[in-house]
Structures are given as C-alpha cells and as structure tokens.
Design a protein around this ligand. Structure first.
Ligand code: GSH
Length: 201
C-alpha cells in the first residue's frame, strides 16, 4: 500500500491527501511532527535527504518527495492530468507558480503565525510577505475571472496545488474578500464529491 509521510496541518501534505481522495487510492499516513524535528532523523533523511514532508513511499520501497512531483505521479493517466502536451505544460506552469510565487509568501506566513511561538523573531518576516502574497492572489483572480479551473475546463492537479494553501490564506493574514473569483473557485473545489478537509487524516 502507498505510504504518505505527512504532517496534518501541512498544505503540501494536504495536496497529496486531496489527490489520493479524488482518485480513491488507499494509503497509510505516517504523521511526523515537523516542529519537533521528526523529519530530521537519520531514518527519515534516508527516505528524503531534504528532510521535509510530504514524501510518498511506493510498494517497491522507492520514495518520492516534493508535493507537486507526488501530484504528478499520482495523476498520470487519470482525469486529474490532461493528455495534451500544451495542457500538461500548463499544469506545470501553475505548479511552478505555486512553488515560486505563492507558497513562499502565503504558506510561510501561515506557518509563522500558526506554528511558531508568538515571540518568534520570524514574525519580522511577515510584513515583507504581504505584497508578493497579494500579487499571487491577484494573478489567480485575473485568471479565474474567466476560467472555472486553472487548466482546461476541468479540475486538475493544478487546482489541487493551488487550493491547498489558498483556502487557508486567512490563517496567514491574507484576507480573501477582494478576490471574488478566487472565493468562487474555492467553493467549486470544496464542493467536489470526494473532497476532504485539511483536518482529515
Ligand atoms: N517544496 C516542498 C516543500 C515541503 C515543505 O516545506 N515541507 C515542510 C512542511 S509544509 C516540512 O516538512 N518542514 C520540515 C522541515 O523543514 O524540517 C514541497 O512542495 O513538498
């Protein structure tokens, strides 16, 4: 059975849980407390030398790290990944956007506010993350104003990659009120029949 090394509050881990739920794939979830350093043990570093969840262990023992690589692996030959070359590249476009222009500002603000002590010096990083975080939300808003989903007319792993941290953006201090198209898209994703919440293990 697939084994997912995970941390329940993690949006990166949640991306994998969302895809596994959409695809109806059974898996074993191994919870690692990232704040307590459980991803930095020798045993885990032998699985992912980068010391981060999520990591997906296959039946044959191979391990795949990086949330968006895991999404790609799970989605191959399913409705979550389009077949046409341009559309597949467009999925990658949005997943690279998520990692470079969205996650470093929106996800990390949530991590600092929700998982670090109130007196953490990392709180000083928060103001500088506001402008680029809102820039990412504005890019999404512009695209979603005339698209139901990010790539083609269908839900794909591009939507999963972007949903994970966008739906909890307010936890990081990002008000979603000005982004009506983003909010409508969040509702469309959450209404999918096999959708699971980030709190569901
Ligand atoms: N680019 C990676 C980021 C993974 C990541 O940042 N994981 C965090 C939790 S969301 C983690 O495991 N941190 C623990 C650590 O760095 O020790 C991905 O998309 O999977």
């Amino acid at each position: 059975m697939l084994r997912l090394y995970d941390y329940l509050p993690s949006g990166n881990g949640y991306k994998c849980r969302l895809a596994l739920a959409e695809l109806g794939l059974p898996y074993e979830r191994i919870e690692l407390d990232i704040v307590a350093g459980e991803t930095r043990t020798d045993a885990f570093l032998n699985k992912n030398p980068n010391g981060k969840i999520p990591a997906l262990e296959l039946d044959d023992g191979r391990v795949l790290a990086e949330s968006n690589a895991i999404l790609w692996y799970l989605a191959e030959d399913t409705a979550l990944l389009p077949g046409e070359a341009y559309d597949r590249a467009d999925v990658l476009r949005w997943m690279f956007f998520e990692q470079y222009s969205h996650e470093p500002f929106i996800a990390t603000s949530r991590f600092i506010l929700e998982h670090l002590p109130a007196d953490s010096p990392r709180r000083d990083e928060l103001p500088a993350k506001q402008e680029p975080g809102h820039a990412a939300l504005s890019v999404m808003e512009r695209h979603l104003t005339d698209h139901a989903f990010f790539v083609t007319d269908e839900f794909s792993i591009a939507d999963i990659a972007l949903y994970a941290y966008t739906h909890v953006a307010p936890d990081g201090g990002f008000d979603l009120k000005p982004y009506s198209a983003v909010r409508a898209w969040l509702e469309r994703v959450a209404a999918r029949p096999l959708h699971v919440a980030i709190t569901e293990g």
